[in-house]
Design a binder for this molecule. Structure first.
Ligand SMILES: *Cc1c(COP(=O)(O)O)cnc(C)c1O
Length: 391
């Protein structure tokens, strides 16, 4: 599309000019139903008035001063977000990968404090944690790593959901933490077996390992709770959040509780932009709106409605392997690669995603209406039916 941009993305042939809620307009004036929300970012929908107001007001007063000084909006956001997340303290960065970098550094500090010279973090197969060197090393996808060796050391990998494999690592004295997603997003909307996350928590308690949850995709109401771990009755030690935190204004957060919350001291970590007044004001508006409107409950009911609808319409088709999800994080697994569905849907004015080659991933904004959910089900159901019939 444009030669000045490095070729890191295969972009679709469309450019949007504006949006409202779950609707986007392109340069030709055509409208689209957005069932992806900028990859789980615009959870409040596009051009949400509370975010727009907060950003405009803050930009008119003060955008940036640096973390050398007090930042009122960051402090208020810290109080609000830690409460919503059930955590104690927070460090703000600018993206998901940076939030995970902070979590990885916390885990290493935790290990070095215990006198462990080469600490290791257990990570999962098919995980995704970002594109920086440490986070791509933690990621369980060779495509993300190939060409960027040598990888960052200090990660051990087990298969997602395999408690026995994790239990086998209790023999390894260098292990200091387990890092995982409560539901794997890029990996194909993979839900763990019900006893897996509680089992990880138990092993972490028993071994003195930090349990680090990457809630970058699952957090901020997406799965039917403010954070996906709140479907269970445990808490992680460290949790990372980004994507929907600023509804599109770049901000990420590494939250912690207990001993992990007190590990960083001045000089250990930092970020020039992290938690600046503009990003903090946006994220504060997001947290307050999410809370006021209990949007995670909408996510739960709307998500169930979509899954039920899809199961009724296409659940019995032979090419449909599985329809799964939690809240508005939904995956439809087919028996064949289905990347071309993204372009077919785009032609029809529908924005969807395909991940792990054969899983159609839906991440609509939490403000999706029932009518929009019905339209998504019928349009996507026909697209999938036609696609399976053609092939
Ligand atoms: C998107 C994502 C990341 C990376 O976030 P960036 O903001 O792109 O750096 C990390 N972990 C998970 C689970 C994600 O979905």
């Amino acid at each position: 599309m444009n030669d000045s941009l490095m070729s890191t993305y295969n972009r679709l042939p469309v450019t949007f000019t504006h949006g409202e809620g779950a609707t986007l307009w392109d340069t030709a004036g055509k409208t689209y139903l957005d069932a992806l929300a900028g990859i789980a970012v615009c959870n409040l929908g596009h051009a949400h008035p509370a975010v727009t107001r907060a950003v405009c007001e803050q930009a008119g007063r003060l955008i940036h001063t640096s973390n050398l000084y007090g930042i009122a909006a960051q402090e208020t956001l810290g109080d609000t977000l830690t409460e919503l997340a059930g955590m104690e303290r927070v460090f703000f960065g600018n993206s998901g990968a940076e939030a995970n970098e902070a979590a990885i550094k916390l885990a290493r500090l935790w290990g070095s404090g215990k006198g462990i010279k080469a600490p290791a973090i257990v990570v999962m197969e098919n995980s995704f944690h970002g594109r920086t060197l440490a986070t791509l090393s933690a990621t369980g996808n060779r495509k993300v790593q190939a060409g960027f060796e040598p990888l960052v050391q200090g990660f051990l990998r087990v298969s997602y959901g395999d408690l026995d494999a994790l239990r086998a690592l209790t023999e390894r004295p260098e292990v200091v933490a387990v890092m995982l997603e409560p539901i794997q997003g890029e990996g194909g909307v993979n839900l763990p077996p019900p006893d897996f996350l509680p089992g990880v928590r138990e092993l972490c308690d028993q071994q003195g390992w930090l349990m680090i949850l990457d809630e970058i995709q699952t957090g901020m109401g997406r799965t039917g709770r403010p954070f996906a771990y709140q479907h269970y009755d445990f808490k992680p030690d460290v949790m990372t959040v980004a994507k929907a935190l600023g509804n599109g204004v770049p901000i990420g957060a590494c939250l912690a509780r207990g001993q992990a919350a007190g590990l960083f001291a001045p000089g250990h970590h930092g970020s020039t932009f992290g938690g600046n007044p503009l990003a903090s004001a946006a994220a504060l508006a997001v947290c307050e709106t999410l809370k006021e409107q209990q949007l995670w409950q909408t996510a739960e009911t709307r998500g169930q409605h979509i899954v039920d609808g899809l199961r009724a319409q296409i659940g019995e088709l032979p090419g449909v392997v599985d329809i799964r999800g939690r809240g508005l994080m939904i995956g439809i697994q087919l028996d064949r690669p289905c990347g071309e569905l993204v372009g077919r849907a785009l032609d029809q004015g529908l924005l969807i995603n395909v991940t792990a080659s054969d899983v159609i991933r839906l991440l609509p904004p939490l403000v999706f209406t029932r009518e929009q959910a019905d339209r998504l089900v019928s349009q996507l159901g026909s697209l999938i039916g036609d696609f399976l019939a053609d092939d």
